[in-house]
Write a protein that binds this ligand. Structure first.
Ligand code: GZL
Ligand code: ZN
Length: 337
């Protein structure tokens, strides 16, 4: 898992390796229209493997990548993996075979990438991670991560839940149900970790996660799992959902059980997609921790730098904020995703 320490130590090594790889690429100078040696003005070809289209966040992320690549004048080869790691691996292999300039992808889960990333390294094609990270011992397998600090998002969710509980006048024990994201994915692992950190540090005696299960980041998953939660734990006080889509699905099950979402069961969610803000403005979600999907422009800047053999930060973090229910109406018109 990525943390600040191994970022700083690895940054120099990686930048050098990448610089070499990128230069080696440039020295190939194959098909350079500019005719000049090295850099050339050949159009950059970017291979991008996307997780899937499981949520509103993902669709906004895809739109951002596609529009930013167009804006940058890159030749984008885009593949949707339908949330299957094997589809991502074969997409990356095909990008290698097509000799793209840079490969970028959002890994559906943290493990299982070393082999295919070794192949990209051997082909001297730099790899950029977006959105989610991977677990690997070989830091040279990717240049950088353009994405959020999910552990911090988990901490922020716990901190904003404190405000939600106070506002709702909730006293005493707090029984929490947690809808986790895709099993083995960085956001699911790290959001749960961050939330637990605050809970154990500051709410050891009154907060308890009474039930937790993955809803795979989808509305259908959230609806189905929440219905099961309500069967086994009808007295849940709070739902912590790892994304808005699962929260929106869960709301359907909460209402079907004759309970009021946002009142009988307080809801804190992560992402901040439009439908999440609509649910907040209707009083059904109490707070949202923003997770910004609009990574396209930052990604294209990184691709250009890497292609030119420059060095980049090991982790380019997205800026994000948090919203309480009473801010939803005003924020809605300005939301970009
Ligand atoms: C987070 C991203 C997650 C979103 C979900 O950066 O990986 O995946 O929170 C999406 O909505 O499915
Ligand atoms: Zn985020």
């Amino acid at each position: 898992m990525l943390n600040r320490r191994n970022f700083l130590t690895a940054a120099v090594g990686v930048a050098a390796a990448t610089g070499l790889a990128a230069c080696a690429k440039d020295d190939g100078g194959s098909g350079g229209t500019g005719g000049s040696s090295g850099g050339g003005s050949k159009k950059i070809t970017l291979g991008f493997s996307q997780v899937g289209s499981e949520s509103g966040w993902r669709s906004a992320n895809t739109d951002s990548v596609k529009s930013a690549a167009k804006e940058a004048g890159y030749n984008l080869k885009f593949s949707d993996a339908q949330q299957k790691q094997e589809n991502q691996i074969s997409a990356i292999r095909s990008f290698i075979a097509q000799k793209v300039d840079v490969i970028a992808f959002s890994p559906v889960k943290v493990t299982g990438w070393d082999a295919v990333l070794q192949e990209a390294k051997a082909a001297k094609i730099p790899v950029v991670l977006t959105d989610r990270s991977v677990e690997t011992k070989d830091e040279s397998l990717f240049v950088t991560l353009v994405g959020s600090d999910f552990t911090d998002e988990g901490r922020r969710a716990a901190k904003i839940l404190e405000k939600v509980l106070e506002k709702a006048g909730h006293k005493g024990k707090v029984k929490i149900a947690q809808l986790e994201g895709t099993t083995g994915s960085a956001p699911a692992i790290e959001r749960a970790k961050g939330f637990k950190e605050v809970m154990e540090a500051e709410h050891k005696d009154d907060w308890k996660i009474v039930v937790t299960q993955t809803g795979d980041f989808t509305r259908a998953g959230g609806k189905q799992v929440m219905a099961a939660f309500l069967q086994s734990n009808p007295d849940i006080d709070v739902l912590f959902a790892h994304n808005d889509d699962m929260a929106i699905g869960a709301i359907q099950s909460i209402e079907a059980a004759g309970k009021k979402p946002g009142k009988d069961i307080l809801i804190v969610s992560i992402d901040g997609v439009k439908d999440g803000f609509v649910a907040m403005s209707e009083g059904k979600i109490n707070a949202i921790v923003e997770c910004n999907p609009l990574l396209g422009p930052q990604l294209m800047e990184v691709v250009q730098t890497v292609k030119d053999g420059g060095s980049v930060e090991r982790w380019i973090k997205t800026k994000e904020s948090d919203f309480m229910q009473d801010q939803a109406k005003d924020a809605l018109p300005t939301r970009k995703y």
